[in-house]
Design a protein around this ligand. Sequence first.
Ligand SMILES: [Zn+2]
Length: 421
Amino acid sequence: MKRTAHIVLAAVLLALAACQGEGVVAPRAAEGVMDSGIVDPAKGPVRRGFVMGEDGPVEIGYQVANGHAIYDGDIGLGPAEGIAATPQEARRRPVRPALSLHYSGASIWSDTKGVIAVREVFSPTNLWAALTQIEKQVPGINFVPYNGQYHHIVVYYGNGSNYYNGCYSGACEIYIGSASASKQLIMHEFGHGLGYQHEQKRCDRGSYIRMIDANPYPDQFATACEWVELGGYDLGSIMHYNSREFGRLHFTDLNGAEVCGYWCRTDLSAGDVAAWRKLYPAASIIVDSNNANNDGSVARYEVSANWSVGTSAGYYGTGYNYAATQAISDPATFWFYLPSAATKTIDGWWVAGTNRSTTAPFIAFNASGAEVGRVAANQQANGGKWVALGTWSFSAGWNKVQLSRWTTTGYVVIADAIRVR
Ligand SMILES: [Zn+2]
């Protein structure tokens, strides 16, 4: 059984332009119908209109809530009056990204290198629990309080409707309908803000879920095959709807069981993590000498019981380990995961002291276990900060840097943290 990485990437109903010549770009009707997205009965009747896609006008179905056009149940497209009635009108309107469906909603955040300012007009109780959860699982994303940044996310009260409302003029609006909105709901809505679409819109979803024929809106569930998929289909994705989203049984899995989707999550699925990290790669990996501080999917620390715990001031994270130098194979090991081969600079951190080794041996190995470099570090100096140890070529998979005890005796070596950048 395959636990695949899920997909993601923002809405693109548009690549179709290329194969349809000029004029309207209709979303591909995988099930023989126009794709209107999923209907939330609370948001009123489905209307038809046109927005600009990457390659031309796209016809969509949408609902209106709080004056905003809503697509697929919870994806906002900006003020409803901005939706054009004809493709010609859509072309004439000034370019307003909020009214477009884009390939990559993540593009604006690449400008900010994953630093995302959050302006709280409304502060649901679980907001920062949700954001911290995302940061913890996707180290390349860093939410910070809004302080005038041009690109930012604004959280508004959604008056009962929960939806993401596209990005324009630098701001991505996210409407949350309740102060007690769940952590997972907020994570889902921010997922849209970060560029991710609904998992159940995937082109291959027929191999995983089955539509319910009695659904009064079966035509609202067409797939969108042009989106960029970043992994395999993931029924447990934070971006997968529940079978009964908006109070109606829409679909089951292939065995007829209901799918819980994001309702049952308190974190990102393994598939989400893999996919989100593709759009938001971490600038660096830190491996601390306390695994509680490590992101276990990319960093872990290993040491024998022969090493003591030290807490002298100046350490990274929470404390460090130390051991006497001697001719023994008993290293402290800092493991780090790379999705593909790369040349990385390794920094080390230690607490300096006069009893430290001046030739602490840091040895780097690739994922095959072959040594790729080593350095003798002077741990009597440069304590309490990152110190570059070397730049070496690592391979895809779990690489490691070991701090050996095997050097001039009469000292100790300090295993505190390394950084991979
Ligand atoms: Zn959604």
